[in-house]
Design a protein around this ligand. Sequence first.
Ligand SMILES: [Zn+2]
Length: 305
Amino acid sequence: MSAECLLSAGIDIGGTKIALGLVSRDGTILRRQSFATSREFGDAIAKMESAVRELLRAQSVDVSALAGIGIGCAGPVNPRTGVVNNPYTLPGWDGGNLIGSLQGRLGLPVYLENDADAALLGESLAGAACGFDPVVMLTFGTGIGGAAMNRGEVFRGAGGEHPEIGHLPVLPVGPPCYCGRAGCFESIASGAGIEKAGAAYGFQSAREVFTLAAAGDSNAKAIIDQALEATAAAAWALLHSFLPERFILGGGIIDDHFQLFADAVRRSIDAATMVPRNQITVARAVLGNDAGLVGAASLAFRDAH
Ligand SMILES: [Zn+2]
């Protein structure tokens, strides 16, 4: 690995899809590939290795042209040890070591981050977080991913692990969460949380709940209002814990409903009296599904000297 390495490989691992790309230092994805997430860890590793080799062949470069491989993976994962421990999203991968396995097969340095952290690194390199620091990013998809950055580094907790912002308690009494508590941010404001609340009224999906709420259905509207209240409560806690210059909102739900959620965050900011609220902005993530891939790839450049 040297400063001459202008490329790295980024891998974004989700519960249903694994996306890979060859990425340049400025965050441009030169080539990409994706495939369905294998339920079996060893099989997934073999597919990732061959996909990286295929991309290199297509780009006509040798494996030595890569500064390394960066992975963003649905957490919990341990970025130091490389071990995945995610029985909810990646059952069958428990205890698998992403760093050790890929490093051994490709002979390159491998770096790992939680996928929400990787997305924030991507937005920081080439998106909505560029030039802002500290930053908090919330990703609203099936679950809720959260990441905080300070002085260019993602916030790390004990053991190098990632704080689980989706499990901030936002309602004293609320739907049970798989983490063991009730009333978590994620269990109310995520796609899965909205879908579950809607199922009680016969609604088929989170998308349907949003559509019916906009059309004036009172049950659907109550579910969305509660999701927005949960978001405002979480933003209040994050604002007073991290005092970010900017909140970035991303994920599938935000693609369609940015303004609703941005307004909820803004309400909390505007109500805060103990912080310099006029300096804090709310922005939409701009890299979309590529944020994790670009951020993961950037990990290899951060350590390349
Ligand atoms: Zn929870």
